[in-house]
Design a protein around this ligand. Structure first.
Ligand SMILES: *Cc1c(COP(=O)(O)O)cnc(C)c1O
Length: 225
């Protein structure tokens, strides 16, 4: 069996060097996170605040980790999420963006934000539809305390590789179009998970979020927000 560190080395080698590889460590023990850190990973993502807080405390000696939040954002946890994570990929509507903007006034640094977009209808996921996002662009550009950096996409299950590629390409094109329409600068594209990261990279992803392919299958039945 390949060790975690071999797996990470092999994966890193197969990726274009400019791709930011984010290890999704939800349900993963702090021991395994340390191993991934030793293998060179510096970006980790969690999807639940309650799970992340004790893990971050136990890992606080690794002070150059950049923590990313990728889970469902609940309004009552927004402040703590802002204080805990450098990046928030899962901002999914204007109300939560405006709430984060108000709360971020007090922060020493602007949080890095991705806007979660649904390119295809998906009842199981949150996010803007394309017309909804276009309607909210001006209000988002007014969120002066947020550093809005780009889009985040999660594909619905059951697409063919071909459909995955075209949907990711459409996301990339959308981010170009949106950049021209507002003062916001959509330079980042957070898309690609264990089953679809190759298509995401081919379509121009800048950040990929990989869990199972790094850490192995998660034990708990864990739903992806
Ligand atoms: C769990 C999760 C991932 C990682 O999924 P894998 O299939 O394990 O690579 C990526 N993004 C989000 C938003 C997730 O919730």
């Amino acid at each position: 069996m390949m060790t975690l560190s071999n797996r990470i080395a092999q994966l890193r080698q197969s990726l274009p060097s400019q791709i930011r590889l984010i290890a999704v460590s939800k349900t993963v023990s702090v021991e395994k996170i340390r191993l991934a850190y030793e293998a060179g990973i510096r970006d980790f993502a969690e999807s639940r605040l309650q799970e992340a807080l004790p893990k971050l405390t136990m890992l606080s000696d690794l002070d150059d980790i950049c923590w990313h939040f990728i889970g469902t954002l609940q309004a009552n946890k927004a402040r703590k999420i802002l204080e805990t994570f450098t990046w928030i990929h899962s901002v999914h509507n204007l109300a939560i963006a405006e709430r984060l903007d108000r709360l971020a006034t007090d922060l020493p640094q602007k949080p890095h934000i991705c806007l979660q977009i649904k390119m295809l209808p998906d009842a199981n996921k949150q996010g803007w539809s394309v017309p909804e996002l276009e309607a909210d662009l001006a209000a988002l550009a007014d969120c002066q305390h947020l550093n809005i950096q780009g889009l985040m996409a999660i594909l619905p299950l059951g697409l063919t590789p071909e459909q995955r590629l075209t949907t990711f390409q459409a996301t990339q094109e959308l981010s170009q179009i949106l950049s021209q329409k507002t003062s916001l600068c959509f330079t980042e594209l957070s898309m690609g998970m264990s089953d679809d990261y190759l298509e995401a990279i081919a379509a121009g992803a800048t950040m990929i979020r990989l869990g199972r392919i790094i850490f192995g299958d998660r034990e708990s039945s864990d739903s992806i927000p």
